[in-house]
Design a protein around this ligand. Structure first.
Ligand SMILES: *Cc1c(COP(=O)(O)O)cnc(C)c1O
Length: 220
């Protein structure tokens, strides 16, 4: 299958899942997760008109996208991986949205950099819905307080929530839980669903699905 067919298939699957649950397909953004993918496939995706991409590492994203940003002014780059405080300046300069706001120190550093540069990025709070010790993210009981801190203390624009469900649990349970948290807090965006489970995330309210291998190819 070539890039054109894969992308169309994914778009159709998303649209079908949206309509089946009474949602508008245009409310769901397909993010092509380009980490560790070869240049030829990135170029093929751009050729097909894909403009929304996601990366999980700042340095790798800079290498892949800095030059291409100039060539494609309508490009949208999303950071979906852990952000270290010492990479905040690079991240704010390169990305359009951060999905992985996961701790108070990062909120403070992002706010400071955004004030300094005058470049404001909307953010999503990553929630550790499975309360896994090794996983990043705000624990659900801490979420309301963290949201207040982000907004009132730091003045960040928080649009919604993101999660990565535990490997060994049904993803749909975590998507439903994340959606419930977002509803309670009146947050509109939900970044949830990857190659294996985006069809389950769409009926539960995903507005961003993050698709890597199913869009490109298995990572090496
Ligand atoms: C790599 C990655 C994805 C994409 O995973 P696939 O299974 O290849 O679709 C989605 N979200 C995050 C946070 C990732 O790091």
């Amino acid at each position: 299958m070539n890039m054109q067919t894969r992308r169309k298939d994914l778009q159709n699957t998303i649209a079908r899942a949206a309509k089946a649950s009474g949602r508008s397909p245009s409310d769901i953004h397909l993010l092509a997760v380009s980490k560790q993918q070869p240049d030829a496939l990135i170029e093929a995706a751009l050729q097909e008109g894909q403009r929304c991409f996601a990366e999980n590492r700042v340095q790798e994203a800079q290498e892949r996208w800095t030059a291409r940003r100039a060539a494609y002014p309508d490009l949208q780059l999303h950071l979906i991986g852990p952000l270290q405080s010492n990479k905040v300046a690079e991240a704010v300069a390169l990305f359009d949205m951060i999905h992985s706001l996961d701790r108070p120190k990062l909120a403070a550093a992002l706010a400071q950099e955004m004030r300094k540069t005058g470049r404001s990025l909307p953010c999503l709070i990553q929630v550790n819905t499975g309360e896994e010790p090794q996983k990043a993210g705000i624990l659900p009981p801490d979420l309301p307080g963290f949201l207040l801190e982000c907004r009132d203390v730091h003045g960040l624009e928080i649009r919604g929530l993101m999660c990565i469900p535990p490997q060994d649990e049904p993803a749909a349970l975590h998507f439903a839980f994340l959606a419930k948290l977002a509803r309670r807090l009146a947050l509109s965006d939900l970044s949830m669903g990857m190659s294996a489970d985006f069809e389950k995330a769409v009926p539960l309210g995903a507005t961003y699905v993050r698709i890597g291998t199913a869009f490109f190819q298995p990572r090496t």
